[in-house]
Design a binder for this molecule. Structure first.
Ligand code: HSE
Length: 363
């Protein structure tokens, strides 16, 4: 059986990937080898795999024996190890959750329900590096696949509401801790409780290391590094990555503001779209629903929205909820919709799991 090396499998994305692989019996068609950057030699018991001794994630000779490597270890690891492997003549498939390789010419951003054909063509041409996309990009593209595939869009303005899971496990733990510390106040009077919470959260000794400001009772409209053009790097990724996935030139213009919100693990996005032509809302709905099996269309209704179009409704599922579909005052060709998806599933682990299976069919 094909040897597949896993690195970063104990982190948050890695753990979600392991669980998905276990549930789908993916381990039955490969021989997994588990690596560690810090605990080589440790014996571990892995869901669906059993006992395993961890290999050294920096041992190039051991990594070279893998036909496929799946890494959720992060960009620094990729930048360090992949060139060493390739320079040593390693011909295997590298499947990566980190952003480092995404825009490299010799890598493909994987989201196979959208670019499965491009992935197969790249494999035919000998491409070996495959990278999961930014979570908001993957979730948005699945949500509007029905419009993208018929090339019906002129531009997209997207405002995101991104969960703290996107910043890592520590950020989730910090938010929950902050909420519990901040919320421990006398709740008999609304103005008093607001003042007390505001005092606590604003105080310089309120615990906050994961973001530039506490996320409890707050939002932060800046994600990732600032760029010279005023965008954040997270905002830049939308147009760059989506167009790379679609292989579209000239580029489909996409821009917006990415906002961190005190939600645990599902990203939401509000889109304004200029269509190339006027399309009836019913037809748009049908196109969105038919495009893939994960879109859950939610009628533009308050109760249905509350039940199905929230981070709580989609977390821990592969559902891509799409709703609030409406025409705008701008014109008949300008529509708006809202979409929510699990940041760790379709936003991170699932495209990698599916890419692994695509590679396994080739080796
Ligand atoms: N960059 C994303 C975020 C997560 O900060 O939410 C990874 O795709």
């Amino acid at each position: 059986m094909r040897k597949v090396g896993f690195i970063g499998w104990r982190g948050m994305v890695g753990s979600v990937l392991m669980t998905r692989m276990y549930k789908n019996n993916d381990f039955e068609s490969l021989t997994p080898v588990f690596f560690s950057t810090s605990q080589k030699g440790q014996q571990v018991d892995i869901l669906g795999v059993g006992a395993s001794v961890l290999k050294d994630a920096y041992a190039i000779d051991v990594l070279m024996q893998m036909e496929i490597i799946v890494t959720c270890q992060g960009s620094d690891y990729t930048a360090d190890i992949l060139p060493k492997l390739r320079n040593s003549g390693w011909q295997g498939y590298w499947i990566d959750a980190a952003s480092h390789l995404r825009m490299h010419d010799d890598s493909v951003i994987v989201l196979d329900p959208i670019n499965g054909d491009s992935i197969q063509k790249a494999l035919d041409k000998g491409v070996k590096n495959f990278v999961g996309g930014n979570c908001t990009v993957s979730l948005m593209m699945l949500a509007i696949q029905g419009l993208l595939k018929e090339d019906l869009i002129n531009w997209i303005s997207v405002m995101s509401y991104q969960a703290v899971s996107g910043a890592g496990a520590k950020a989730m733990i910090e938010l929950v801790n902050q909420m519990s510390l901040a919320g421990n106040v006398d709740i008999t009077d609304s103005l008093t409780l607001e003042r007390d919470i505001h005092t606590k959260v604003s105080s310089s000794d309120f615990p906050c290391t994961e973001f530039l400001t506490p996320m409890a009772y707050n939002i932060l409209p800046f994600i990732d590094a600032p760029l010279a053009n005023g965008q954040s790097k997270e905002e830049w990724k939308a147009q760059a990555e989506m167009n790379k996935i679609l292989q579209k030139t000239p580029a489909l213009p996409i821009d917006g503001i990415c906002v961190r919100v005190p939600v645990l693990r599902a990203h939401s996005q509000a889109l304004t779209i200029e269509l190339k032509k006027s399309i009836a809302l019913n037809d748009i709905q049908q196109k969105l629903e038919k495009a893939n099996e994960w879109v859950r269309f939610v009628d533009n209704d308050p109760k249905l929205t509350a039940k199905h179009l929230t981070p709580m409704a989609v977390s821990n599922t592969l559902d891509i909820a799409v709703g609030r579909l409406k025409k705008t005052n701008l014109s008949d060709r300008h529509i708006q919709l809202f979409t929510v998806g699990d940041q760790l599933l379709w936003g991170a682990a699932e495209p990698l799991r599916r890419m692994l299976n695509i590679c396994l069919a080739r080796v």
